[in-house]
Design a protein around this ligand. Structure first.
Ligand SMILES: C[S@@+](CC[C@H](N)C(=O)[O-])C[C@H]1O[C@@H](n2cnc3c(N)ncnc32)[C@H](O)[C@@H]1O
Length: 227
């Protein structure tokens, strides 16, 4: 399914259906649902369903082991990725965004409460705000972000927020789409300075949620070299 301006976007996760009310007419991009979020959730759902055994190893079995792990989503918008990951087993997760997006997020959390069976944690987080980062009590095992690279001036703060929140052995799960060539160039130049970057092969994405323009990346902190 491509990005659509229909007022409600649905996403099935296992046997559950999440439903998001979006407002494409608002001034804030976070009140819309963006395809990267759906692609990330469906990629994870696909590989969690593949049993790991010796004859047919699942390359993502260890990456997607959510048991006892903590996650935080940056720029969650309507909350699609975080709610999807919660249903897929990442049970401790905080959804963050800027203040004007919070009403849309809270509306969608309430809308999905019957299937989530609880209200997930939310917090205001502007990537440039170090105090807000500290209040979240890092480190986190997973930092989730989908479609967050589109303005040059927020690229530096975004990468610093990822670094500030991620544990030493933690993983950033990034749904990515090129939005601005300038922000794209800056993001990847800065990213490779601090993270090892793996791109998920397109054929590993969920076949119904694999769009040419949308990718999933896994970022891990670069290990410090011994002096
Ligand atoms: C294109 S939307 C993506 C929303 C959601 N992740 C999705 O994929 O549907 C980008 C999100 O990043 C958030 N964002 C942009 N700049 C931010 C900043 N400086 N601090 C925190 N969030 C920011 C926006 O509010 C918005 O929710």
């Amino acid at each position: 399914m491509k990005f659509t301006d229909s007022p409600v976007i649905e996403l099935s996760v296992h046997d559950t259906r999440l439903s998001f009310q979006q407002d494409n007419g608002s001034m804030h991009v976070g009140t819309s649902v963006w395809p990267c979020s759906l692609v990330l959730v469906k990629f994870i759902e696909r590989w969690l369903a593949v049993p790991a055994d010796d004859t047919n190893p699942n390359p993502y079995a260890s990456l997607l082991n959510f048991t006892g792990k903590r996650g935080v989503e940056l720029g969650t918008g309507c909350g699609v990725a975080a709610m999807g990951l919660y249903l897929l087993g990442l049970h401790e997760i905080v959804l963050t965004d800027i203040a004007p997006v919070m009403p849309a997020l809270k509306r969608n959390l309430k809308r999905n409460k019957p299937v989530l069976k609880k209200t997930l944690k939310t917090a205001q987080l502007y990537w440039e705000n170090k105090e807000q980062i500290k209040l979240l009590k890092p480190p986190f095992d997973f930092v989730i972000a989908t479609d967050v690279v589109y303005i040059e001036k927020t690229v530096g703060p975004l990468i610093q927020a990822m670094e500030g929140l991620l544990s030493d052995n933690g993983v950033v799960l990034l749904g990515y789409q090129l939005r601005s060539p300038e922000a794209h160039k800056m993001f990847w130049e800065m990213c490779v300075e601090v993270f090892d970057v793996d791109k998920i092969p397109h054929e590993h994405l969920h076949p119904d949620y694999a769009y040419e323009e949308t990718d999933v990346y896994v970022l891990r902190r670069k290990k410090k070299m011994d002096p």
